[in-house]
Design a protein around this ligand. Structure first.
Ligand code: PLP
Length: 396
């Protein structure tokens, strides 16, 4: 693909693009070309399917939460059980896809950046599985807040590099990873953890996570003989949501709902509701909705769930919001905690606090609907990693 054409790739309406320095543009073009070829390559597809089944444990169930639905007294709630994936969340779907792209490209070294550490752990897992070197950049502040995940990554054989520049959090870790890539792209692959960043990442990550929606669509047809009325997922960077939405994108009667974290309330200044409260701008190599401070720097965001705590969102979500194909709502910390307790007690499933945001909105919605309606909620991860936070916030 020539350079001019590449500049025009990766747009969802006005959002997306490849806003990186020239050296990195060449690297992004190499990855985009490799991915375009691999996605239809039978050897690549066979290996991805093999690891999806034998390692991740796919397909995951689409589970009818019967007791929960009955208690709420409205629509039927189905849960897509991504919490049952190996490592406890959907992130591994994307990691296995990208790590196989890296392997087929002949790369021997994987780098990633991580905020809370969940993507770092998933990346370290994939790298261990395929015997690739792995380095994870993490803001120094985050390494202190997430000591246990730092240890997990090291246990899995990865090197964790604390970033001491700027605010010492995720955005600074992204800069450090991009710098490393620019210097070492010959043997190195940058594994991005959500449907964000420059082209081709938002497309590639969506494709690898679309297994969620493709399975859910087939499964609901098996269970109910019809499509759902709503598909609901939480949105941090947007990968689990875009993966669920992808399965229903062309089904115009399926409403797609993304749920952002309202933290202490969308007007409290302590939230990360990027599309609800943000404006379009440039962040981490792409044009998309973002939250920024008065100086134009990434805003200090907050959520009880570390995985939603990000000041940007994927370009395709920005486009879906403006086009109206998807709508974006919010749930507060408190609502998420209540949903978490509710699901634990009615179904014996402790959901991740990220997923609890989707569940909180899904439950609120279901209560307003007739009982012949169907709501699918994506349970993006399990709550074991959050038990200490839940314990600090509720009295039993
Ligand atoms: C990381 C994470 C998220 C948020 O990431 P998305 O890219 O928005 O999906 C949601 N749920 C869980 C369990 C996570 O670990």
């Amino acid at each position: 693909m020539n350079a001019m054409n590449f500049e025009k790739q990766g747009f969802f309406g006005q959002f997306g693009g490849v806003f990186v320095p020239e050296t990195l543009k060449t690297v992004m073009r190499e990855i985009a070309d490799a991915y375009e070829a691999l996605k239809n390559d039978s050897a690549f597809r066979e290996q991805l399917a093999y690891y999806a089944k034998e390692y991740i444990g796919r397909e995951t169930p689409l589970y009818f939460a019967e007791r929960l639905s009955r208690e709420i007294g409205g629509a039927k709630i189905y849960l897509k059980r991504e919490d049952l994936c190996h490592t406890g969340a959907h992130k591994i779907n994307n990691v296995m896809g990208q790590i196989l792209v890296a392997k087929f490209m002949g790369k021997t070294r994987i780098i990633a950046e991580t905020g809370a550490g969940q993507h770092g752990v998933a990346t370290a897992t994939g790298a261990a599985l395929l015997g690739l070197k792995c380095r994870v950049y993490m803001g120094e502040e985050d390494t202190k807040r997430q000591e246990l995940n730092v240890f997990r990554m090291k246990l899995l054989g990865a090197e964790v590099v604390p970033v001491t520049k700027g605010q010492r959090t995720l955005s600074d870790a992204v800069d450090a990873a991009l710098q490393d890539l620019a210097e070492n792209y010959q043997d190195t692959f940058y594994l991005v953890g959500s449907a964000v960043g420059p082209h081709p990442y938002p497309t590639m990550v969506r494709d690898f996570q679309s297994v969620i929606g493709v399975e859910a669509r087939r499964q609901i047809l098996e269970h109910e003989g019809r499509l759902p009325d709503y598909a609901v997922a939480c949105v941090g960077g947007g990968s689990n949501a875009i993966g669920l939405f992808a399965g229903f994108m062309n089904d115009k009667n399926v409403a797609l709902i993304g749920v952002e974290a309202a933290g202490k309330g969308v007007d409290s200044g302590k939230h990360c509701a990027t599309m609800t409260k943000g404006r379009p701008g440039g962040l981490h190599g792409a044009y998309s909705y973002r939250l920024q401070d008065e100086k134009g720097n990434p805003a200090m965001t907050y959520s009880i769930s570390a995985g939603l705590d990000y000041p940007g969102v994927g370009a395709e979500h920005s486009f879906l919001k403006d086009s109206g194909r998807a709508v974006y709502k919010t749930a507060t910390d408190k609502e998420a905690l209540e949903a978490c307790v509710r699901l634990s007690r009615t179904e014996g499933i402790i959901p991740a606090l990220e997923s609890s945001h989707a569940l909180a909105y899904g439950m609120k919605l279901a209560a307003t609907l007739d009982n012949d309606k169907i709501v699918i909620v994506n349970l993006s991860g399990r709550g074991d990693k959050d038990v200490h936070i839940i314990r600090e916030n509720i009295a039993l």
